[in-house]
Ligand binder design. Structure first.
Ligand SMILES: [Zn+2]
Length: 483
């Protein structure tokens, strides 16, 4: 990527030529040592017709970033900057945060279009058992490209399929995030309770528990960066109560707390899961997790749908987060999360796209839209969830789940992660309330996306990868995996 010289003011009309994706031998998006040095003190200014900081809505607002962090926020006259992105026809908001995903699933979209979670899982486990690091790399590249193009700047990924003898899968995920410029919280997931021991997954995709814990610890040592502004933090994440043993849950919690990293798992997603927990352990899912040390402000669950009133209050009380994944929940007919009850109780709630095999997309703006509509259906009330709350879930709420007090809003000192959405396109032009409009009619892609003070999407195009090539590669990989 061509870099702009220090203190060289580049206006919007001059920038595209300098910001086109790299061509030639250098991998797109990868920064050399010299590049990184030049970027260190570089300033970027993003100006938009409407700037939403999280707490404020500012007309003709701007954000100045330096060295990946926000230096100043204002409106009207702006300070000089090395690079200026001027989007008068956009709403700029904090970059969206994806609190739950399984990126490898991009290679298996469209399977079991009408099945329940357990039917869908049983059909897909044998396909996933054929994956290797290259499959995961290609799938994750597609998933992350789509996330970035839709305004997501920080994402987790819950990867729990490590077929026997396949090396380098976790490393592939971390590598792709770095290549594309996405802030990333990879979860070292796991499955250890195979069919022969009463679990749901076939024995071919479960791992030995000691090996899981050893590999998880190695990945924390290699990739986890706890510093403010971190681009990579590792999470410990056994898959679900029906695919790991209680012992692994307990040992994983101890491991995570020893290293000060977060914990994530699926919980209370379906009534099948609830029945499984009651029959096998004599406990409801939340009770089981409480027994195993899986509550607290360093834990967040995916879904949290089938919660009773006491469990809603308890989750709020212990500050455990919930990643609400409305598209996936509707696709699998799993039920509807009690988002407004959780919020009323004071719980942390974020949004996730979930794996693309139960969503078929990775558009977080769409999840804000779906969350809003689903809450209104569940409550039979149009005031159940308003647009601004839906956007807060997609930004601050997700950052809270992921433990990022440096992300999720646009304020001095926070990470310079910004998403700009057009409001002059056919879908939004003339809409009375732009912020409500973007939730009621979600954009299919962002206009500009900045991660860590660096423009990664411009004019709706990914600068750190070739979208058409990524599409060709995922088509070939999906066909190969289907056999
Ligand atoms: Zn999931």
């Amino acid at each position: 990527m061509a870099l702009l010289g220090a203190h060289c003011q580049i206006r919007d009309d001059a920038a595209p030529g300098l910001l086109t994706p790299a061509s030639g031998p250098k991998a797109p998006g990868r920064l050399g040592r010299e590049d990184a040095r030049n970027l260190r003190d570089r300033t970027l200014l993003v100006r938009a017709g409407l700037l939403v900081t999280g707490s404020q809505e500012i007309e003709n607002g701007w954000v100045l970033s330096r060295d990946g962090f926000i230096a100043e926020v204002g409106s009207g006259q702006h300070p000089p900057a090395d690079e200026i992105v001027d989007e008068p026809n956009c709403v700029a908001m904090p970059g969206l945060v994806n609190a739950h995903d399984h990126m490898y699933q991009w290679a298996t979209r469209g399977y079991v279009p009408d099945g329940t979670l357990f039917e869908w899982l049983r059909a897909l486990y044998p396909v996933w058992a054929r994956m290797d690091a290259e499959t995961v790399r290609v799938a994750a590249r597609a998933a992350m490209a789509r996330l970035l193009l839709c305004g997501c700047t920080l994402s987790t990924d819950h990867h729990y399929v490590f077929p026997h003898g396949r090396q380098g899968i976790f490393e592939a995920l971390v590598g792709v995030a770095s290549e594309l410029g996405l802030r990333f919280h990879p979860c070292r997931g796991s499955m250890s309770l195979g069919e022969s021991k009463g679990g749901l997954p076939p024995d071919s995709v479960v791992e030995d528990e000691e090996a899981i814990l050893a590999h998880t610890e190695a990945m924390i040592g290699r990739y986890h960066d706890p510093k403010p502004g971190s681009m990579c933090r590792v999470v410990v994440a056994p898959c679900s109560p029906f695919s790991v043993t209680p012992e692994l849950m307990r040992d994983s919690a101890a491991l995570a707390r020893r290293h000060g990293v977060r914990l994530h798992t699926h919980l209370a997603e379906t009534l099948d899961e609830e029945r499984f927990c009651i029959e096998r352990f004599g406990r409801r899912p939340v009770e089981l997790m409480e027994d195993l040390g899986w509550t607290g402000d360093d834990v967040w669950y995916a879904h949290g749908i089938h919660l009773n009133d006491a469990e809603v209050d308890r989750i709020a009380e212990v500050k455990t987060g919930i990643a609400h994944c409305p598209s996936s929940n509707m696709r699998l007919g799993a039920g509807a999360c009690r988002v407004e009850d959780l919020l009323r109780a004071g719980a942390r709630v974020g949004l996730g796209v979930d794996g693309s095999a139960s969503n078929e997309d990775a558009n977080l703006a769409m999840e804000a839209h779906q969350a809003l509509l689903l809450a209104r259906v569940r409550n039979a009330s149009p005031s159940a969830l308003d647009a601004r709350t839906a956007w807060r879930l997609a930004t601050e709420g997700g950052a809270d789940c992921l433990g990022r007090d440096d992300c999720g809003s646009l304020e001095p000192g926070k990470c310079a992660d910004i998403a700009c959405f057009r409001i002059d396109d056919l879908a939004h032009a003339g809409m009375k309330d732009a912020i409500a409009g973007l939730a009621l009619a979600p954009p299919s892609r962002a206009q500009t996306v900045v991660v860590n003070g660096r423009v990664v999407v411009r004019d709706g195009r990914l600068l750190t990868g070739d979208e058409d090539q990524i599409a060709r590669e995922i088509a070939a990989t999906s066909a190969r995996l289907a056999g």
